[in-house]
Design a protein around this ligand. Structure first.
Ligand code: IPD
Ligand code: CA
Ligand code: CA
Length: 271
């Protein structure tokens, strides 16, 4: 069995190097464009970061496949695949809001086994490998203690075009949780569940590169990851709920109440 030390080190070093590049590029003009839906932005920095990451991964793991958000899938022949978000939180980055990051996951034979998330403005590196726990800046991290949603700080995310899907859930959790945050970087939101800052995070329609590293790091920190109805989470599937484990069932229940309200509203309004 090949060790996970090498892929983990490669993920961490590459994420940190790409993050340093983002930090430098963030001081210049960024040339942001919408890729598709309103609010789905890409800048020259996203592309430069992905180019650097691909170069480093190809040099360190020749023959591995790479799935990058900006340039899509590059095939490989080793059973290994890297899943890369070269800049998660592009809108934050563009506005100088410090919550953005680089996310790199290592997959072997379809299983995510290692991952790293680097937040350049915080200079914080989150990492994890299957069965080896999770760390921030090399120190072990663990999920939080709260056992009730009423005591929980929870986080969510959505793009402008996706708000309707999540609006009812956002409103309902704002009533029942201690606090709701919407921070604009799904990978970092997951890292903040892993280190106990957030007690729960949910979102709809994320892509595999948003969550591959973060979901592993949450699990390795002792947390629970599923779809919002509690069913098994499949990467790239309709929804994700990541929690400290203790509030998981209650979060599923509160999100189900919101889903019910959303369905009822749609029925009444006939939309
Ligand atoms: C986005 C961020 C945001 C989430 C969006 C993602 P991007 O990724 O993670 O928090 O709400 O759904 O697409 O476009 O900044 O890499
Ligand atoms: Ca992303
Ligand atoms: Ca991105």
């Amino acid at each position: 069995m090949q060790t996970l030390a090498d892929p983990l080190r490669t993920a961490v070093e590459t994420a940190r190097e790409a993050g340093a590049l983002l930090r430098r590029l963030g001081t210049g003009p960024l040339d942001a464009r919408e890729k598709g839906a309103r609010g789905d932005l890409v800048t020259a920095a996203d592309r430069a970061s992905e180019r650097l990451i691909v170069e480093r991964l190809q040099a360190a793991f020749p023959g591995s496949a790479i799935l990058g958000e900006e340039d899509g899938e590059r095939a490989g022949d080793t059973g290994e695949r890297w899943i890369v978000d070269p800049l998660d939180g592009t809108t934050n980055y563009l506005h100088g809001y410090p919550l953005y990051c680089v996310s790199i996951a290592y997959e072997r034979d379809g299983d995510v086994l290692a991952g790293a998330i680097y937040a350049p403005a915080l200079d914080a590196t989150f990492a994890g490998a299957r069965g080896r726990g999770a760390t921030c800046d090399g120190k072990p991290i663990a999920v939080s203690q709260p056992e009730a949603v009423a005591d929980a700080m929870v986080c969510t995310g959505f793009k402008p075009a996706d708000y309707d899907r999540n609006g009812e859930h956002f409103a309902h959790l704002s009533r029942v949780a201690q606090a709701v945050r919407r921070d604009g970087s799904a990978a970092l939101d997951l890292a903040f569940v892993a280190n106990g800052t957030f007690d729960a995070f949910w979102e709809f329609d994320l892509k595999i590169w948003d969550v591959a590293a973060g979901a592993l790091i949450v699990r390795e920190a002792g947390g629970t990851v599923s779809a919002i109805d509690g069913s098994v989470y499949a990467p790239g599937a309709g929804s994700i709920l990541a929690t400290n484990g203790r509030v998981h069932t209650e979060m599923c229940a509160e999100l189900a109440i919101a889903s019910g309200a959303a369905r009822l509203r749609a029925e009444i309004l006939g939309s």
